[in-house]
Design a protein around this ligand. Sequence first.
Ligand code: ATP
Ligand code: MG
Length: 404
Amino acid sequence: MASHLKEQLAFEEFLSQLSSVFVNVKPIEVDSRIKSALQSIAKFLNIDRTGFGEVTSEGLLILQSYELPGLSPMPRVILEQEFPVYMSLIQRGEVFRMPEDLPPEASRELDYCSSTGLLSNLTIPLKSMGRVVGGFSLELYRRRVPWPEELVHRLCLVGEIFSNAIERKRTDIELRSREASLSNAHDELRQLAAKLLHAQEEERRRIAREMHDDWTQRLALLGIDVARLSNESEIPARMREPLLAMQSELVRLAEDVHALSRQLHPSILDDLGLVEALRSECSCFSRRERIAVEYVAIGGDHELPKEISLCIYRVAQEALRNIAKHAAVAEAKVSLQVSPSRLLLRVEDKGIGFDSESMRSQPGLGLSSMIERVRLIGAELTVLTSPGCGTVLKVLITIDGSTR
Ligand SMILES: Nc1ncnc2c1ncn2[C@@H]1O[C@H](COP(=O)(O)OP(=O)(O)OP(=O)(O)O)[C@@H](O)[C@H]1O
Ligand SMILES: [Mg+2]
């Protein structure tokens, strides 16, 4: 009686150690922990061979085996194929013993017992959320034991510990695979955004060239024709004034088309560089929006890669547009500092500002395309603002001699 109690206590102790090992087990360590737990169980209960199997995409697969010297490891088999009756018993989710619980039609299983000399097997199915996720078994080759109910009950507790660990491992694998596909989708989205920005620039460039080279020329010629017509001696005097009005309207139209074409794609950027293109954009913006812009440029821009110039130009353009649209101010400031190693663009206003945190989570099209453009050239955009405190938008680029 005393020795039975001692045994019981020792097993309780063993169980609590096992559960404390599994409480904090990392998902990646689950398999190896199960293996060493099986080893300890075999030693503790004097078992000849223990095995563990898990339901994988292929079926229930034997993954772990621990055996005494002289016994071969459990074969890595898919149980559905090799031992169909054993598998159907496991699927019931109840503990079973072999050969006792084997029905007469379990010919393969019975053959296995007699050919390997297996005298007794106890199998504990592992369940998680009502599904069988695996099982482990204890096998005896040197003696036959009746597997007392008390022991079976404790081994079922071990089974629960294993099941929880397997569940955690699976959740972790699932989480990682979702994270991976999310990050792939994110990458694809960014590539798509880059392609879209590129296509948009190309289209703008094409339309701008058409407007500049064709439409403005044709309007200028039309203006000349109207001027010539108004000077003709046969033209009645009453027609002269409307013709002159038509001529100046044509000049204004040509100027507007020219300005729009420059907004669409600034050829000045290619011809005179970023510093001058920004100067011209600031003064056009000032005239158009009636907002005084102080423009300060420090440093030259001859070595700047084209994609950097275009990005900075587009960011400044959108930042100015936002000032006109949202800031409610009459003044703004744009500064550009270029040195061989860095470029800093600042666009600031002392207007109404906005809540940058809420904007970060749900930016508008203007801000998101600025962020995307800046990210594509490997730089970062900072917006310092709060309601009532104006807005400072900064782009800092470190230029390392390559494209950056
Ligand atoms: N300089 C600014 N002053 C005040 N609010 C600003 C300023 N710049 C941006 N905002 C705020 O940030 C929001 C997002 O700007 P964003 O450029 O992304 O969108 P939008 O200007 O509203 O629309 P879109 O640029 O697509 O035409 C604006 O709606 C505005 O509330
Ligand atoms: Mg905008």
